[in-house]
Design a protein around this ligand. Structure first.
Ligand code: PMV
Length: 357
């Protein structure tokens, strides 16, 4: 039976360990309606702005972590294939952090399977690092509540901090250390940046996901963010407007106002892509078919269907609409772009699988 990490007292998180000392966790991707784009601290993964997302009920990642005493390296299998290169290095670096915090040295065997295409701007790193955070914390005996798990997941991939929670979540950028002299600056900054659930009024949203291209993106989000922050003359303006968007978004969610949620989400995402287009050299994730779907969304709105687009680091467009309109929106997107679509609703937070005990 899955157990929601967000609802557990600390001690129970340890109960996810199986008899061999391993643990398995499941997490779902999230799609930001107010985006995270740009780090003010790359190593600690601290963003410039707060971001807000919806966790999905489709495309889960399942990750198991088993300690391997005596081994000299971690063994990481990603979607059935031994992970080498950057993907393997990121997972080992994350486990090093967990080991350091747990005061343990054992290497681990990690098996992780995505049901969403990896690295295609479909939030596989969010579900991936949220599941890894929950499973590795349990396997290494780190006692963390949901806030602690969110901070930990953040270090793997910023957006993963939000997938610890179900429904809607806001990831706080946090503050810089200021004049706190009791604790070191790094600890103060780390503690302040995590996600938390967002109260939402009466809203029954769906996200229609147009699967336009599921291949890995040419430029990683890490590199694209860095280039945008360093070279785009539009970045500061977007960051300022994104802070205002967050205030409006929270208000719209609280009132269950889908049209206001959608309007803010669409302008925030298009603004983010504008900052990237102005980077030097430009980062362009949008394809001609992405623009076709944007046109379809406009046409739906003109026909009286509240539908709003958001796009991440890839060409795939996600269309926010009422659950009751999801079939009509899916049909319109499929017809315009000749692509498969997936329909998502609000999903659960990351959780341990306790069935394997
Ligand atoms: O967490 P990362 O490094 O995969 O970056 C995610 C960036 C966006 O998906 C484009 C926006 C977001 O807030 O999720």
């Amino acid at each position: 039976m899955p157990v929601d990490a967000g609802k557990l007292p600390d001690a129970q998180l340890l109960d996810g360990r199986s008899r061999d000392g391993g643990a398995t966790a499941v997490a779902h991707p999230n799609i930001a309606l107010v985006k995270y784009w740009g780090k003010r601290d790359e190593r600690l993964v601290l963003p410039y702005t707060d971001s807000l997302s919806m966790t999905l009920d489709v495309f889960p990642t399942t990750t198991s972590v088993r300690l391997s005493p005596g081994a000299t390296t971690d063994e990481v299998t990603l979607n059935g294939v031994l992970a080498e290169g950057e993907a393997g290095r990121r997972i080992t670096a994350f486990l090093d952090l967990v080991r350091e915090r747990a005061g343990r040295a054992e290497r681990a065997v990690v098996c992780t399977s995505n049901t969403v295409p990896t690295g295609a701007g479909l939030a596989s790193s969010a579900s991936g690092f949220a599941a890894l955070a929950v499973a590795s914390a349990a396997a290494y005996g780190l006692r963390l509540d949901a806030t602690g798990l969110s901070r930990l997941a953040r270090r793997g991939s910023g957006s993963a901090s939000r997938s610890i929670f179900g429904g809607f979540a806001v990831w706080r950028a946090g503050t810089d250390a200021g004049t706190d002299t009791d604790r070191d600056a790094e600890t103060v900054m780390d503690l302040a940046s995590h996600a938390e659930p967002v109260p939402v009024g009466d809203l029954a949203p769906a996200l229609v996901i147009a699967l336009l291209d599921t291949g890995p993106k040419a430029v990683s989000s890490r590199e694209a963010m860095r280039r945008t922050v360093e070279t785009s003359p539009l970045y500061r303006a977007w960051a300022a407007s994104s802070r205002a968007d967050l205030v409006e978004m929270r208000e719209a969610l609280r009132h269950g106002d889908l049209a206001a949620v959608g309007e803010v989400a669409e302008r925030n995402a298009l603004g983010m892509h504008a900052t990237m287009l102005a980077a030097r050299p430009a980062v362009r994730y949008l394809s001609p078919t992405s623009v076709t779907v944007l046109d379809t969304v406009l046409r739906l709105r003109r026909d009286g269907v509240p539908a709003y687009a958001t796009i991440d680091a890839g060409p795939n467009v996600k269309v926010l609409c009422r659950s009751s309109d999801a079939d009509q929106v899916s049909a319109a997107v499929r017809a315009a772009a000749s692509c498969p679509v997936a329909v998502a609703h609000c999903g659960p937070g990351a959780r341990l699988q306790t069935g394997d005990r």
